[in-house]
Design a protein around this ligand. Sequence first.
Ligand SMILES: NC(=O)C1=CN([C@@H]2O[C@H](COP(=O)(O)OP(=O)(O)OC[C@H]3O[C@@H](n4cnc5c(N)ncnc54)[C@H](O)[C@@H]3O)[C@@H](O)[C@H]2O)C=CC1
Ligand SMILES: O=C(O)CCC(=O)C(=O)O
Length: 317
Amino acid sequence: MSWIADTYQTMNPGQLDALGCVTGKPLALHGIAGRKEATGRGVAIAVRECVDIAEDMKKLGLTAGLSGKRVIVQGLGNVGYHTIKYLLEFGATIVGICEYEGAIYSSSGLNLDEVFTHRKTTGSILGFPGAQKEFKNSAEGLEQDCDILVPAALENQITIANVANIKAKIIAEAANGPTTPEAAEVLMKRGCIIIPDMYCNAGGVTVSYFEWLKNLSHVAFGRMDKRYEENANLNLVNMVEKTTGVTLDAVQRSMIVKGATELELVNSGLEDTMIRSYHEIRDVQMANPKIDGLRTAAFVSSIDKVAISYMNMGIWP
Ligand SMILES: NC(=O)C1=CN([C@@H]2O[C@H](COP(=O)(O)OP(=O)(O)OC[C@H]3O[C@@H](n4cnc5c(N)ncnc54)[C@H](O)[C@@H]3O)[C@@H](O)[C@H]2O)C=CC1
Ligand SMILES: O=C(O)CCC(=O)C(=O)O
């Protein structure tokens, strides 16, 4: 992406906002902290929001919360790897991982770093010592027992040909277009929840938007206020210590005083976007019985925003 920005700048000399012409640039060349992991982090937050709603989980015969939920992820690339990383942090159990050369499964859970290292050293996910089962035909991995399936590799992975064998009750579309419309219909008739790609994998484009904002404002997030925030927090801590006679240790003090870094601000903006949007979309679905799922709800929610903005502006001429 940096050569695109460089070429654009060269062809448009003197244009102040030229760096905003493309996003996904390396951090050293006006990119943004947190972009690499943003899509996977966003997917994990989307799944967490979905499973935290007890009413929806009850309909699926599941309890609320990610803790102990069994997840299969297809694709150990950028999106798949980071989705697994954050789902594990949130308490889920990764029971299956599918790559193009095959799939592995363990009902007691797979260790991400061990799988990643095994694949890096042997060139294949197969033969991983921690797996209870393995499949040379990777597609079989999608059909194993789990609560949540995260296709994070390619389009058209859940189709009319394999949908009958899919056991997951929640499909989180990390890849673009992983479920065909016919398969989605079958899943929804079965009562499954599909977290649609246009929302589920939008963490990446959200942080790309933050990169664009950074490029237009010509200053990194946190640059102007980090020290100010730290000094203000320090004054407050000193005052509280003086008033109460309680002295904080160095770790407590630095945790309270520390101002936000660019990465923390990016992650905060990403998390807020993913959480807010999930509930916005779900609210639209709940408000209209004709809306059959979150994908249609996401379309309705977006089209409503365009319509409301047109109505507020008035149509001219
Ligand atoms: N990287 C991003 O920020 C975003 C990516 N996406 C979508 O997410 C998906 C994955 O993207 P990335 O992780 O960036 O790509 P990537 O190239 O880093 O990872 C894809 C992984 O899928 C594996 N794969 C290929 N064929 C497979 C098969 N038949 N079965 C199982 N695994 C297979 C590849 O070996 C690779 O490890 C794509 O659909 C992409 O459009 C969507 C939004 C943002
Ligand atoms: O980085 C972006 O702006 C969008 C990335 C994305 O949505 C994708 O790779 O499909």
